[in-house]
Design a protein around this ligand. Structure first.
Ligand code: SF4
Ligand code: SF4
Length: 371
C-alpha cells in the first residue's frame, strides 16, 4: 500500500538511452549498499574502497585512484548486469522534500534524444524499490520543512511557494531578457518583497554589472582545488571536458579514462562577456527556467540559502534572485563554451550549456535530500 505518491511530472513523455561512447556518469564512485557487499566481496574484493564523503561508506575504486570507475572499459561497464543500484538509478534523482519527486539530470546526454526507455515507467520501479528507505526520510524531511516555515514566519519573511512559482511561470520571458533579468537581480537584493509585474524592459540596464554578476556566479560554481572533482561537460564527441577556475584564470582541459588531464587552452574570465542570445536560444532557456521552477530540489535549495543567511531575505525575493543567478550562471557558461568551442548561444548552444550546468544545479545544497 502506497505511503506517499511521488511526483513524476518532470519525466512525462521523456525517453532515455545510454550512449555507448559516453561513460560520463562512471566518473563518480558508486556507493555499494549493504545488500550488494556480498557480491562484490566474493567476486571483486579488490574493487572495494572506503570513501568518506559525504559520510563514511564503501564504494567502487577508481582506476589508479582517479579518473573513471575501475569497471569502465572502452567506455563500457564490464559488470553491467551486476552494476550497483547507484549506477542503475542514474540519471534519475529521487528528491525527498515536503513530498517525493523524481528529477532527471540533464547533464546526461541520453535524456535529450532517448527513444528506448520510458523515463516515467523506469522511475516508478526505482521509487518502489527505494520505498522502505524513503518513508523515514520523508517523515524527517517534512518536520524540517515545518521548522523552516516556522522560522520564516518568526522572521517575517514567509511567502507562499505556490504563488511565487506561479508568478515565475507566467513571467518566463522576464528571466530570459537581459534587461529585465538585471532588474530582477537588483530588486531581489532589497529587503522589501517585490512583484515581478513591477519589472519592465529598462533601457538603463547596467550591462557591466550584469556581466560581472554572471561571471562571478559561474566562476564561483566552477572553482575547486581538485580538478578531478570538477563538473564534467561531456560534449557531442564524448570528450570529458573540465574547466578549472582560479581567480580570473580559466583553463580548459580534457580528462581521459585514467584520470589524466590534457590541457587544451587558457583564457582570462574577464575577457569573456555575456553573449546575446541567438534565435532559438531564448526558447530553450525559457523551457529550462520553467523546469527549474517546477523542481522540488530547486525550491529546497532556495530554502537552504535562506536558512544559511539567517532568514534575512523575503522568500519571494530569495526565490526570484536564485532563479536570476541560475540563469546568469548558465548564460555565462554558454558564453564560455562559445569562446572555447564555438557552440554559439542559439538553441544548440544553450542546450550544451544546460548539459554542462544541470549536474551542478542538482548538486546545490537543498532542504530535503536525494536518495
Ligand atoms: S551520462 Fe547518461 S548517456 Fe552517459 S553513460 Fe551515463 S547514463 Fe549513459
Ligand atoms: S559499475 Fe559500471 S556503470 Fe557503475 S560506475 Fe562502474 S563502470 Fe559505470
Amino acid at each position: 500500500m502506497a505511503d506517499f505518491d511521488a511526483d513524476y511530472s518532470e519525466l512525462k513523455g521523456k525517453f532515455i538511452d545510454c550512449h555507448p561512447e559516453c561513460g560520463m556518469c562512471c566518473l563518480c564512485q558508486p556507493e555499494i549498499l549493504p545488500n550488494e557487499m556480498e557480491f562484490f566481496e566474493t567476486n571483486h574484493p579488490y574493487a572495494l574502497v572506503k570513501a568518506k564523503h559525504p559520510d563514511n561508506h564503501v564504494a567502487l575504486a577508481l582506476k589508479k585512484g582517479r579518473g573513471s570507475c575501475i569497471f569502465l572499459n572502452n567506455r563500457r561497464c564490464s559488470i553491467y548486469k551486476n552494476r550497483p543500484a547507484f549506477c542503475r538509478q542514474y540519471p534519475f534523482y529521487i528528491h525527498v522534500g515536503e513530498k517525493v519527486s523524481v528529477e532527471l539530470d540533464l547533464s546526461c546526454r541520453g535524456v535529450w534524444d532517448g527513444k528506448d526507455i520510458d523515463a516515467e515507467t523506469e522511475a516508478k520501479k526505482l521509487v518502489e524499490n527505494a520505498r522502505p528507505d524513503i518513508n523515514p526520510i520523508l517523515k524527517e524531511s517534512k518536520e524540517t520543512y515545518r521548522e523552516f516555515y516556522n522560522n520564516c514566519t518568526l522572521a517575517g519573511v514567509i511567502g507562499e511557494p505556490t504563488e511565487i512559482r506561479s508568478s515565475v511561470a507566467v513571467s518566463l520571458s522576464k528571466f530570459t531578457d537581459l534587461t529585465q533579468l538585471s532588474r530582477i537581480l537588483d530588486l531581489s537584493e532589497s529587503y522589501e518583497p517585490f512583484s515581478l509585474s513591477e519589472v519592465k524592459q529598462d533601457s538603463l540596464t547596467d550591462y557591466a554589472y550584469l556581466d560581472e554578476a554572471a561571471r562571478t556566479a559561474a566562476m564561483d560554481s566552477m572553482a575547486t582545488e581538485d580538478p578531478l572533482s570538477m563538473p564534467v561537460y561531456c560534449d557531442k564527441e564524448w570528450n570529458w571536458n573540465i574547466f578549472m577556475a582560479d581567480g580570473d584564470n580559466l583553463e580548459w582541459a580534457v580528462l581521459d579514462d585514467d584520470g589524466e588531464i590534457h590541457h587544451k587552452a587558457f583564457a582570462s574570465a574577464s575577457n569573456i562577456s555575456l553573449r546575446p542570445l541567438e534565435d532559438g536560444g531564448r526558447d530553450v532557456l525559457a523551457q529550462y527556467v520553467s523546469l527549474l521552477n517546477r523542481r522540488e530540489s530547486f525550491l529546497g535549495s532556495v530554502f537552504n540559502n535562506m536558512d544559511a543567511f539567517g532568514y534575512e531575505d523575503h522568500m519571494s525575493n530569495a526565490y526570484y534572485g536564485t532563479v536570476a543567478v541560475s540563469v546568469l550562471d548558465l548564460l555565462w557558461r554558454a558564453s564560455m563554451l562559445d569562446h572555447f568551442m564555438g557552440t554559439g548561444t542559439g538553441a544548440e548552444g544553450i542546450k550544451e550549456a544546460i548539459i554542462f550546468y544541470d549536474m551542478d544545479r542538482l548538486d546545490a545544497p537543498s532542504i530535503g535530500s536525494f536518495v
